[in-house]
Design a protein around this ligand. Sequence first.
Ligand code: ATP
Ligand code: MG
Length: 156
Amino acid sequence: EFVNIHEYIERIVKKFSGLANEKNITIHVEVDDDLKQVYLDYDRIEQVLTNLLDNAIRHTEQEKQVFVKVIEEEDVQFSIHDQGIGIADEDLPFVFERFYKADKSRKRSEGGKSGTGLGLAIAKNIVEAHKGSISVHSKQGEGTTFLFKLPNDLES
Ligand code: ATP
Ligand code: MG
């Protein structure tokens, strides 16, 4: 369906204000001004953004920042960037696999709160089902960026 992308992103980001506040993390949102109505699968794309934001905040230390950006090139491009712990080069090729957890040997800082390792596999499935693509760039100790692209047309 067609959604007002500004309102859509704001609403999803708001779901994380509590979690972000707890860690004093600021979430910056930047949505292309020219971009108004975007055709997307409302619930499924919310699921993708929710997992990426959850991951970003959970793997980011106190006082750091998370950036959510939506721009239109040929496709509509969504990026979620964090200044968190990053992902090791040897783990990067596997993060979209089901049940894969890059930090399984590391002590979790979130009071044992641990996911299933399914979020990114599901995100990739959803994005590809919508004729899009998803990629990750990361540097340990510096941060991580997930980028996904969706065609912005009715046939998608
Ligand atoms: P779930 O999403 O099912 O609750 P999860 O978050 O552990 O569990 P994924 O979302 O699939 O699973 O992420 C897989 C793994 O990739 C994570 O366990 C974590 O090790 C790593 N990872 C994902 N996003 C980030 C990030 N932004 N920064 C650092 N590591 C990340
Ligand atoms: Mg996750």
